[in-house]
Ligand binder design. Structure first.
Ligand SMILES: NC(=O)c1ccc[n+]([C@@H]2O[C@H](COP(=O)([O-])OP(=O)(O)OC[C@H]3O[C@@H](n4cnc5c(N)ncnc54)[C@H](OP(=O)(O)O)[C@@H]3O)[C@@H](O)[C@H]2O)c1
Length: 333
């Protein structure tokens, strides 16, 4: 069967909000789509395509990848490469595509951490898998305490100078290493565009460890990953563990997280969300976006209906003092 040519919605930019990343020139949609868990070879390509199309049709023009997203490693990038060929190529210049290297990717000493050799080779592989000449944003995926930070940062600088990435970012760096990275990159006229860190209602480390303030003060953006705590902060687990959920896979999200106390807290948070006219997922996303230091959140849906729900979060990202105090009381009892 011949499939119709993809034609994105002409209203795709009408309802999304775009925020400047720090003091850079680039604006980022406040919702980005992450391809970590649900876009690899284990997923029917039709499902991958439906979610990617829904996202782009609704103004989510930022797609976040990494070399080892799948499962299997590399296959989220391969599927994105198929999307480039089948749908997205005419819209390449409307897209902000990011990838990363820093976690384990291939065996041996050159397929992990932060060496120049690993970052350079990994990005070349990513570009091939994604059928791209360049990415918009390339990240050092984590701080490597064994590699001189100068080496990792110089690799980022050289990647930009080689035209393989337009911008660079860092992810999961402790504040002290982030400060060094920021200065190093700025001195070489390749300023850090954005910091990517785990941030959600249950995990406030970027607030408590000064990462959000540091980003704001230094003029780079902050983009939150796992804003729903991998789905915990959604209606998925209010009555147990659904068979088709991430937690049921017992890999990245373990069932031991869902203690009786956690389940009670989720039910109470869901009640607060209902009073705001939101689902728990919507409220959790709004809870990240309410902070003006947060540029964007990366969601990782497993189906289109979740993206539809996530999108509704944008309708109300304002919280009263009473609501915030109640949420904190529920979480930090
Ligand atoms: N830099 C890093 O080190 C790093 C680390 C992790 C992630 N990331 C990035 O951040 C992205 C997002 O991470 P994440 O997948 O953990 O994000 P998340 O948004 O916290 O969790 C996504 C999961 O939540 C559930 N979900 C989403 N929307 C829902 C809704 N409206 N209602 C009910 N359930 C909903 C789905 O779970 P089910 O699958 O159970 O349906 C989905 O797979 C990744 O794809 C990746 O791009 C980066």
């Amino acid at each position: 069967m011949i499939e119709p040519v993809y034609s994105p919605s002409s209203e795709r930019y009408d309802s999304m909000t775009y925020k400047r990343s720090g003091r850079s020139g680039i604006q980022i949609p406040v919702l980005a789509l992450g391809l970590w868990q649900n876009f690899g070879s284990h997923k029917p390509f039709q499902d991958v395509k439906a979610m990617a199309h829904y996202a782009f049709d609704n103004g989510i023009c930022h797609f976040d990848l990494a070399n080892n997203y799948g499962p299997e490693y590399g296959t989220a990038e391969e599927n994105f490469g198929r999307l480039m060929e089948q749908s997205f190529r005419p819209y390449r210049d409307e897209m902000l595509i990011s990838t990363k290297a820093g976690w384990d990717m291939w065996p041996g000493p050159y397929g992990n951490w932060g060496s120049r050799k690993y970052l350079m080779a990994s990005l070349d592989q990513s570009l091939k898998r994604m059928n791209l000449d360049y990415v918009d944003l390339f990240y050092s995926h984590r701080f490597d305490p064994q590699t001189p930070l100068e080496e990792t940062m110089q690799a980022l600088v050289d990647i930009v100078r080689a035209g393989k990435a337009l911008y660079v970012g860092i992810s999961n760096y402790p504040a002290k290493a982030a400060a060094f990275a920021y200065d190093y990159l700025k001195e070489r006229d390749v300023p850090c565009l954005i910091y990517q860190g785990r941030y959600n209602m249950l995990n406030r480390e970027p607030e408590t460890q000064g990462i959000l303030d540091q980003a704001k003060e230094n003029g780079f953006g902050f983009i939150a990953f796992s804003p729903l705590a991998q789905g915990l902060l959604s209606g998925r687990y209010l009555e147990g563990i659904p068979a088709d959920s991430r937690m049921a896979k017992e890999h990245f999200l373990k069932s031991s997280t869902l203690t009786p106390q956690m389940q009670t807290a989720l039910v109470k948070l869901n009640e607060v969300a209902a009073r705001r006219g939101q689902t728990l997922a919507e409220m959790a996303l709004a809870g990240c976006l309410k902070d003006d230091r947060v540029t964007s959140v990366i969601v990782g849906a497993s189906r289109v209906s979740q993206l539809e729900d996530d999108f509704k979060a944008l309708e109300n990202i304002v919280f009263s003092e009473e609501e915030l105090a109640e949420i904190d009381r529920i979480i930090f009892v």
